[in-house]
Write a protein that binds this ligand. Structure first.
Ligand code: PBG
Ligand code: ZN
Length: 327
């Protein structure tokens, strides 16, 4: 007996395959992360992330122009401050590094959408994402005092010109607090992209080199999610939606495709996937060894995020992907 149904009929030529292709990655889907540091004319490659740099504000502006010229609509800014303290002053100060970078980029490339990552871990002396009881060496971040600092941070970022606020610290009620803060300051039109389902993940390792944000003691497991949990992600997004989130993020992406899929099923809000540092570094390491075809692996991975349900993808591969899409 020969088969009646022959799915291979539609795979015979590149043109046929193109006609029945279900998901297409476009440059519009991409968001490029950048790390701003103090100084001038400074660019230093992150050891564990080949092709990714810590950049002074003038270099960030150059990079933003390049990103924009490649057709990528948006960047997300992380900051490494001159000084760190227990109040995370560098996060909410009007002259903070992300604030200065936001203003400079918006001045040079007004059209580019600037997302400000809103968290405290790069700015606290202990490296935790929030406020700690004085003398606490366990890392049990105090939720509500942290909300006040996050509110201040978001407002100063919006004042500096950031177009979207992206809180990433997984504090309870952070979307509501930031929404209220933004509204009271007259920024009711600034959207919130919530890191809604963010897992306590070993895949963040290289980022913590890049952002100099490793916790000095303890870990982030009392605020970031347990990687074994899926239903809990739905609870997190439900809360963030109720609190007024405009977009939702799942992070990391590759090991959490099921979460991207479930979140997409559960909401009509745009869903972003964060293809995190460790995912990037693994691909880079294998590619540099000649063990994989970097372009094909990256494009397959990014397209798969779309298939899983992501509308937007934060990725360190964004510039390369945009170039490959042009070719
Ligand atoms: C923390 C934060 C993290 C990342 C971005 N913001 C993770 C963490 O240190 O817990 C990770 C991004 C990446 O790995 O690319 N607010
Ligand atoms: Zn943080």
């Amino acid at each position: 007996m020969f088969p009646t149904h022959r799915p291979r009929r539609l795979r015979q030529t590149a043109m046929l395959r193109r006609m029945v292709r279900e998901n297409i990655l476009t440059t519009s889907d991409l968001i490029y992360p950048l790390f701003a540091v103090p100084g001038e004319g400074f660019a230093q490659e992150v050891k564990s992330m080949p092709g990714v740099y810590q950049l002074s504000v003038d270099k960030i502006v150059e990079e933003a122009k390049e990103v924009y010229d490649l057709g990528i609509p948006s960047i997300i800014l992380f900051g490494i401050p001159q000084d760190k303290d227990t109040e995370a002053t560098g996060a909410w100060h009007d002259c903070g590094i992300v604030q200065r970078a936001s203003t400079a980029v918006k001045e040079a490339v007004p059209d580019l959408v600037v997302i400000a990552d809103t968290c405290l871990c790069e700015y606290t002396s202990h490296g935790h994402c929030g406020y700690l009881e004085v003398g606490d060496l366990t890392g049990r971040v105090l939720n509500d005092p942290t909300l006040e600092l996050l509110k201040k941070t978001a407002v100063s970022q919006a004042k500096a010109g950031a177009d979207i606020i992206a809180p990433s610290g997984m504090m309870d009620g952070f979307v509501q607090a930031i929404r209220q803060g933004l509204d009271e300051a007259g920024f009711e039109n600034i959207p919130i992209l919530s890191y809604a389902a963010k897992y306590a993940s070993a895949y963040y390792g290289p980022f913590r080199d890049a952002a100099d944000s490793s916790p000095q003691f303890g870990d982030r497991r009392t605020y970031q999610m347990d990687s074994a949990n899926a239903r809990e992600a739905l609870k997190e997004i439900e809360l963030d939606i109720a609190e007024g989130a405009d977009m939702l993020m799942v992070k990391p992406a590759l090991a959490y495709m099921d979460i991207i899929y479930r979140v997409k099923e559960a909401t009509n809000l745009p869903v972003a996937a964060y293809n995190v540092s460790g995912e990037y570094s693994m691909v880079k390491a294998a590619a540099l060894n000649g063990w994989i075809d970097e372009e094909r692996v990256v494009m397959e991975t990014l397209t798969s995020f779309k298939r899983a349900g992501a509308d937007l993808i934060l990725t360190y591969h964004a510039k390369d992907a945009a170039r490959w899409l042009q070719a």
